[in-house]
Design a protein. Structure first.
Length: 217
């Protein structure tokens, strides 16, 4: 069967790995690894799986986890910036952290806060922590988010990165059935080039893409 990459729409896609639940394929152009759509959960199944998560606004471990994205992002932002927490989930702790530093943060989540008006505004920054690995059409959704950014704005992403073929087979990240896209350093370099973005790896799983203003919006 021939597959198309959900990030770059390229059709030169190679088989990468198979476990007992599903297969994984890699794009020859952008290097993203993805799970074909026939293995995706239904929206109801996906929602039910997310409901099993126990993150809360008072969870100190969750706060420490999100701070690995929040801390460098706060260092990079101008005072009183406008932002969007895309895929914030039922406990938008990251938005609370950023708002506590004086920034205005809108919320959007497909299942928990489906306020589409938030996707029609423009922002100085957009954060998506542990979100893009869940997207069935990451190319389309990232392009839409990029259009919502003002010039000089920051798209801050948090996702675990593929390291090697050998480590992929034993990687805990692929055990989550809602994880269907897997990015690497190579993939983000490709994406930054396509967007005309300034790329920064703020942590091992924290990626910043700045809209430089050189390229048209």
């Amino acid at each position: 069967m021939t597959y198309e990459c959900p990030l770059c729409r390229h059709t030169a896609v190679q088989f990468y790995y198979r476990d007992k639940f599903r297969s994984y394929h890699q794009c020859d152009r952008c290097a993203m690894i993805f799970v074909p759509s026939e293995y995706h959960l239904t929206p109801d199944e996906e929602h039910a799986y997310y409901d099993l998560h126990e993150n809360s606004m008072e969870d100190e471990g969750y706060h420490r986890f999100l701070s690995r994205c929040a801390a460098p992002l706060l260092d990079a932002l101008s005072p009183a910036s406008d932002g969007l927490d895309f895929g914030c989930g039922p406990a938008p702790l990251l938005a609370k952290i950023l708002a506590g530093d004086g920034h205005r943060v809108e919320l959007y989540d497909r299942y928990y806060i489906p306020t589409t008006d938030a996707l029609k505004k423009s922002y100085d920054f957009i954060v998506a922590t542990e979100v893009i690995e869940h997207l069935a059409a990451p190319g389309e959704e990232l392009a839409c988010l990029w259009q919502r950014l003002r010039r000089g704005g920051m798209l801050a992403l948090m996702t675990k990165l593929v390291i090697s073929t050998d480590r992929f087979a034993s990687w805990h990240y692929i055990r989550d059935p809602t994880h269907i896209c897997f990015f690497s350093v190579q993939t983000f370099h490709w994406l930054a080039q396509q967007l005309g973005a300034e790329l920064q790896f703020a942590d091992s799983d924290v990626i910043f893409l700045r809209k430089s203003g050189i390229y048209p919006e």
